[in-house]
Design a binder for this molecule. Structure first.
Ligand code: PRX
Length: 572
């Protein structure tokens, strides 16, 4: 273990006593009823406090490195905001950010928020169908994108009548702009020194992140500007952000980690952060840490496992002694990964647990807490968490007994609803608890141990994939009659997508057809949603009422006993 550093949280036990979120309100200078705008807090306020000349972003991509100060960040966000306002974008309009991890994504996100519009970040790896479903549901009015991704938007614009503006951030001025397209260049636009942020209040909507469930299409998780309060404090206390830190969150802002802790948490505290927009390689990652002297690193188990797999040779070539605190989120962090990081970095990865819906970290191994490798840690102060009985939804008192992870509603970053789906939102609450849909046990010392999800959602490399969405895409292939999609174990990604497919009469299983179907899904949805394996079968196991028993197929993949299937049939 490295030398003892005083953490921001200090004593966890002391912080629990009389905890109140007003701690964050006071630190941020916010009073009930005031305007609160995340875009303003992450840029203007930091400049007002005298840190305008401090580096906000160190960005590295294929084209080299760029650095921006907080003042440049503020002006860039202003420029985006002024441009959007000029187009006629109104408060609460949905503006999608469909971009690689380029600086425009970060400035654009804050710019959208400054106008009072709702930022809807989507992974640039999404295919046209994944994009269409999410923009249709959100009624997206504008999308900010790059030339290389515009083709996917063009393919679906006929199905999206509400989409009025396709804003290209890298139009070269050569090819004519097509229908609904317009060009905006951050480098080419006039600087905007002042932009009057829309006077958003605590409950004004801010961000719409799409997440996948077992049934139905992906759901839009609606967050509000007040989420800042919890994102600020959890970033400060769990990730331990301090004035001189160089922080690296490896998550893409298409994912909630990339916005809550890749934009809002660090920048609302005026912290310098780094972004690496190149594909994963152990060599590139270690080099990036060494070059930028990264001190805080927030990553995910799949990346950690990939680094472990890459071996020590790459590691030994680099001086990684700048690192002082490591954290992880998104999937179970196996104890081997914690022990490995202690061995090679002299620091354990601190696991954190939360969800798109929760907006901020709920359960964590906070700095200074004794880490039990494999455990997610304990609830953040102000978070009341329990495991409840799946039937009665009463908290389970016996240590070690598995139940559903449940949280008492009321923390600032909690989602406010699912977009256009209040019924699904209400369905998440039972007996006064918000149910996360995950199973865990709590040990006698109050530590939470993740057991598994309580639904069929596939968690591949930390990203949730809905079997329903993949099955719907498969059905659009002319050869597919029926399909069932389940998780299959994977050494690095934890789970990958596996599809069981019944072909339509006249089609025969073949290697070529297998590849063709995989690629079909990859293009429609995304590389992560693409089945890594397709098994052609004559029929699928079904309940008496005709529903496919995914869990039976899943159990086979995991070598689990399924026991009496009649109970499964009743459950369906
Ligand atoms: O199943 C849990 C898993 O990821 C789900 C949330 O995924 P998402 O909404 O995409 O947000 C992920 C980033 C905040 C959870 O319901 N999960 C998240 N963190 C952990 C985890 N599973 C085990 N251990 C974790 N630390």
């Amino acid at each position: 273990m490295k030398g003892v550093v005083t953490s921001n949280i200090g004593s966890y036990e002391e912080r629990l006593k009389g905890f109140d979120w007003s701690i964050a309100e006071t630190e941020l200078g916010y009073k009930k009823g005031d305007d609160i705008n995340i875009g303003w807090y992450c840029s203007d306020r930091i400049c007002r406090m005298g840190s305008g000349a401090k580096t906000a972003l160190i960005w590295e991509g294929m084209s080299g490195e760029k650095r921006y100060t907080f003042d440049e960040l503020r002006r860039a966000a202003n420029a985006v905001a002024a441009y959007l306002k000029g187009l006629g974008i109104r408060p609460e309009d949905r503006v999608c950010l469909f971009l690689d991890r380029i600086p425009e994504l970060y400035f654009g996100f804050l710019g959208v928020l400054k106008t009072g519009a709702i930022a809807q970040p989507l992974f640039s790896a999404f295919g046209e169908e994944a994009l269409r479903v999410r923009m249709e549901n959100a009624g997206t009015r504008a999308v900010i994108t790059q030339r290389k991704h515009a083709a996917k938007v063009r393919k679906i614009i006929d199905k999206l009548p509400q989409l009025e503006f396709i804003i290209l951030v890298d139009h070269d001025g050569k090819k004519p702009l097509l229908a609904r397209e317009t060009a905006f260049s951050l480098e080419g636009c006039a600087p905007v020194e002042h932009f009057e942020c829309h006077s958003t209040k605590a409950e004004s909507p801010s961000v719409l992140h799409y997440t996948s469930g077992t049934t139905g299409q992906p759901k839009g998780v609606k967050h509000v500007h007040y989420s800042l309060i919890a994102q600020y404090l959890t970033a400060k206390w769990v990730l331990d952000l301090k004035e001189d830190d160089i922080y690296w969150c490896t998550a893409d802002p298409g994912w909630v980690t990339g916005t809550s802790y890749g934009i809002i948490g660090p920048w609302s505290q005026g912290i310098t952060q780094c972004v690496l927009d190149v594909g994963f390689s152990a060599e590139a990652w270690y080099k990036f840490i060494e070059k930028n002297k990264v001190t805080l690193w927030y990553s995910a188990p799949t990346a950690i496992r990939s680094l472990m797999k890459a071996g020590d040779a790459a590691l030994k070539k680099h001086d990684l002694s700048s690192l002082r605190h490591l954290a992880s989120v998104g999937e179970p962090l196996n104890s081997e990964a914690v022990l490995w990081s202690e061995k090679v970095f002299g620091l354990p990865f601190h696991d954190t647990f939360w969800q798109t819906e929760t907006g901020c970290i709920l359960i964590a191994n906070v700095p200074g807490m004794r880490i039990k490798p494999g455990s997610m840690g304990k609830p953040f102060p102000g978070i009341t968490a329990a495991v409840v009985d799946p039937k009665t939804h009463e908290p389970i008192q016996d240590a070690g007994k598995v139940g559903l992870i449940a949280i008492r509603p009321g923390w600032p970053a909690m989602m406010r609803t699912y977009w256009n789906n209040e019924k699904a939102y209400q369905g998440k609450f039972k007996n006064g608890w918000y149910l996360t849909g995950d199973r865990a046990r709590i040990d006698k010392d109050g530590y939470f141990w993740f057991v598994g999800r309580d639904d069929d959602v596939i968690n591949t490399a930390g990203h949730l994939v809905s079997p329903f969405e993949v099955e719907s895409a498969l059905l659009e292939h002319p050869a597919v009659g029926e399909s069932a999609v389940v998780a299959k174990p994977d050494e690095v990604n934890m789970e990958v997508v596996k599809a069981f497919v019944c072909l339509k009469p006249g089609f025969t299983a073949s290697f070529d057809l297998d590849l063709e179907i995989m690629n079909f899904v990859r293009k429609k949805l995304s590389p992560l949603a693409m089945p890594q394996q397709i098994e052609f079968v004559d029929s699928l196991p079904k309940t008496r009422s005709g529903k496919i028993m995914r869990r039976l197929l899943r159990a086979k993949e995991w070598g689990e006993e399924i026991g009496d299937t009649s109970t499964l049939e009743e459950e369906e």
